[in-house]
Ligand binder design. Structure first.
Ligand SMILES: Nc1nc2c([nH]c(=O)n2[C@H]2C[C@H](O)[C@@H](COP(=O)(O)OP(=O)(O)OP(=O)(O)O)O2)c(=O)[nH]1
Ligand SMILES: [Mg+2]
Length: 138
């Protein structure tokens, strides 16, 4: 369905996980998903009555099998796609237990921050990628 200014916004909790080498965990969205075939930071929709950090913890457990123990806000991006409007609530994952993997069959990589722009992300992610790359180069 086409979206317009009256389309409800989908609130999405998104986690940026960095390893000791300074690389970021990204996964390729499955072809059948919205924005399929593009790379993403793990996360998913905030459910009704759920706090965004609860959604972050739940989604990263489901998708990456990690238990997030500390996080901090990174940025918020609102974006209107042709078919959907999203509010990406992006968090730094400061600490977690477990080994990050991908539980839903998506391809994943630990990407060098300086190389993040080599991956094709959904349009809404551009400010997030810019923000991460700027922080890295300063
Ligand atoms: N997780 C994630 N979603 C993103 C990113 N960029 C972006 O535009 N999105 C969009 C795609 C989707 O429309 C929405 C997130 O939905 P999702 O499919 O991950 O939601 P979910 O994990 O709850 O999965 P489901 O219940 O729909 O199966 O946000 C991103 O970097 N990470
Ligand atoms: Mg998801």
């Amino acid at each position: 369905m086409k979206s317009d200014s009256t389309t409800p916004t989908v609130h999405v909790a998104v986690g940026v996980i960095k390893n000791e080498q300074g690389e970021i965990f990204i996964a390729k969205r499955l072809n059948h998903q919205h924005q399929g075939g593009k790379w993403e930071f793990p996360g998913g929709k905030v459910e009704q009555g759920e706090a965004v950090t609860e959604a972050l913890v739940r989604e990263l457990k489901e998708e990456c099998n990690i238990a997030v123990t500390d996080c901090a806000p990174l940025t918020v991006v609102e974006h209107q796609y042709a078919d959907k409007r999203v509010l990406l609530d992006v968090w730094w994952v400061l600490s977690y237990t477990g080994t990050a993997q991908q539980m839903e069959g998506q391809e994943y990589v630990w990407a060098d921050i300086a190389q993040l722009d080599a991956y094709q992300f959904p349009d809404a992610n551009q400010p997030i990628v810019d923000c991460l790359m700027d922080a890295q180069s300063n």
